[in-house]
Design a protein around this ligand. Structure first.
Ligand SMILES: Nc1ncnc2c1ncn2[C@@H]1O[C@H](COP(=O)(O)OP(=O)(O)O)[C@@H](O)[C@H]1O
Ligand code: SF4
Ligand SMILES: [Mg+2]
Length: 367
């Protein structure tokens, strides 16, 4: 999935994020929120980005269209259809927002203007980006409302007259208004109740598929992304720690953090596990005070002594699969990369081990 400067891959991916880093400057020092992230989305495909709160997901979403506050310092490249968003002139950037790529945020109530009718709000990007008569714009707004399952008369409503799910449908209509080639959906259903979440996810997913739009869908919930996306990138402490085909990352995770996330959500939108997946102790580290070695080490059930001195890169972990964990390395690969060797296997299984010799402390995939 990484483009890694490969020209052919850059041409075939509609979105290619290369070595993106974002650091916020604050009064109490620098916060390295995103650290050297590579992502890619092929035309018409869906990439899911997962991870607990604070892992850097929204920072990436905002960086994609240069919507970050001025305190954010960015480096790397964000290629949208081959053009680098980070070096685009303002005029070009304005044209790309909405028409090239658009964003659906989590809280529709905060994103919509409370004192303007929703029909006018959906019309706004169309008026800004396209030469259309008022009658054409009205027709387009009606068609968009219909696509998102709202009656066209709702164009006259104010945001407070709609339910949370209806407001999120309006946000989706706005995101579709200028026929973008990429939709970025940042936790688009988190604020909604579980039944409505499923409806809205099906709606977004169906619409992007029908229109051949690419999508980058962000969620803390791996099961949501596994249902919706083609590929998955799991983030931890500002980095991608695993990526691969969505169903494979979800069903046979290779990184202990993905394993914890995939076990954490028995059903879509379990609100209690938003901040801390079930069974995973502690919290993600403060980006300004990362532990030495692997950032996941303090919480990792499979950690070894060598993890304290190894900062794992995204190593190959199967066909089109990568994971940032020492357990995906063979002994030979570890030697080649200068990673300390795995501890020698014990000569006999301790008496409390299961009969098959499996170590219950280690996830099955990395034994
Ligand atoms: N404007 C900001 N100024 C300083 N730090 C920020 C700012 N926005 C986000 N952060 C920090 O950056 C890290 C990543 O945040 P964010 O991208 O919102 O993560 P996520 O969307 O995965 O929850 C967090 O530690 C957060 O506190
Ligand atoms: S490198 Fe070590 S600490 Fe990090 S995820 Fe793998 S086993 Fe756990
Ligand atoms: Mg976020």
């Amino acid at each position: 999935m990484s483009t890694g400067g490969n020209d052919a891959a850059q041409r075939t991916n509609f979105l290619a994020v290369e070595d993106l880093s974002v650091t916020y400057r604050t009064g109490s020092g620098d916060v390295p929120a995103v650290r050297g992230v590579d992502l890619a989305v092929a035309p018409g495909t869906k990439l899911g980005v997962a991870g607990e709160s604070g892992c850097g997901k929204s920072t990436i979403a905002l960086a994609l269209l240069r919507l970050l506050p001025s305190t954010a310092r960015m480096s790397g490249r964000i290629l949208l259809d081959g053009e680098d968003v980070l070096t685009m002139k303002w005029g070009r950037l304005r044209a790309v927002r909405w028409a090239g790529a658009s964003i659906v945020f989590q809280g529709a109530m905060h994103s919509l203007n409370a004192v303007r009718r929703i029909g006018d709000q959906i019309a706004e990007p169309i008026l800004l980006h396209e030469q259309r008569t008022p009658a054409e714009v009205r027709t387009r707004v009606s068609a968009l409302l219909e696509q998102v399952g709202l009656p066209q008369q709702r164009a006259a409503a104010y945001p407070h007259e709609l339910s949370g799910g209806q407001r999120q449908r309006v946000m989706i209509a706005m995101a579709l208004a200028c026929n973008p080639r990429l939709i970025i959906a940042d936790e688009p259903t988190t604020a909604l109740d579980v039944m409505i979440q499923a409806q809205i996810l099906r709606l977004i997913s169906g619409l992007v598929s029908d229109h051949g739009i690419s999508m980058l869908m962000i969620s803390h919930d791996l099961s949501v992304l596994a249902d919706t996306c083609d590929r998955l990138a799991v983030m931890y402490a500002g980095r991608v720690v695993e990526e691969g085909a969505a169903h494979e990352v979800f069903s046979t995770p290779r990184h202990p953090y993905s394993e914890a996330l995939s076990a954490a959500f028995p059903r879509i939108g379990d609100p209690a596990s938003r901040r801390r997946p079930r069974g995973l102790p502690g919290d993600p580290p403060d980006p300004a005070a990362l532990p030495a070695g692997c950032s996941f080490r303090p919480r990792c059930p499979a950690a070894q002594d060598r993890c304290a001195e190894t900062d794992p890169a995204l190593w190959r972990a199967g066909a089109e699969r990568r994971a940032a964990c020492v357990h995906v390395l063979s002994d030979e690969q570890a030697v080649e990369l200068g990673v300390p060797p795995a501890p020698a296997a014990p000569s006999a299984a301790p008496p409390d081990r299961p009969a098959n010799g499996a170590d219950p402390a280690q996830p099955e995939e990395i034994r």
